[in-house]
Design a protein. Structure first.
Length: 88
C-alpha cells in the first residue's frame, strides 16, 4: 500500500521530468518521458503543455484537469521510479 501524503511542491526540471516535494519532507525526481500519453493525458505529450503543471488539491494538475494521485507520485519519487502504470 502506498503512503498517503500531499504533494507540496513541483518544479519542471526538463521535458517530462518533475522534481516533487511532499508534506512529510520527502522529495524526488520523476521521469515521465516513457509515460503512456492516452486519454486525458494525451495533451501532456507536448513538453510545453506538460510544463504547465501546478499544485491543486494535494497533488499535481494540468490545465485540462488531468492529475495523478499523490500516493502514486510519492511512490514514484521516493523509490526513484519512472512514471508508469505497470504493476509488475
Amino acid at each position: 500500500m502506498y503512503k498517503l501524503v500531499r504533494t507540496t511542491g513541483v518544479e519542471v526540471v526538463s521535458d517530462h521530468r518533475l522534481q516533487l516535494r511532499f508534506e512529510d519532507g520527502a522529495e524526488g525526481e520523476v521521469d515521465f518521458s516513457g509515460f503512456e500519453w492516452k486519454g486525458v493525458f494525451a495533451p501532456l505529450k507536448d513538453p510545453a503543455y506538460f510544463a504547465l503543471v501546478s499544485l491543486g488539491l494535494g497533488t499535481i494538475v494540468w490545465p485540462n484537469e488531468a492529475d495523478i494521485a499523490p500516493e502514486t507520485l510519492y511512490h514514484w519519487a521516493t523509490e526513484g521510479l519512472d512514471a508508469t502504470w505497470d504493476v509488475d
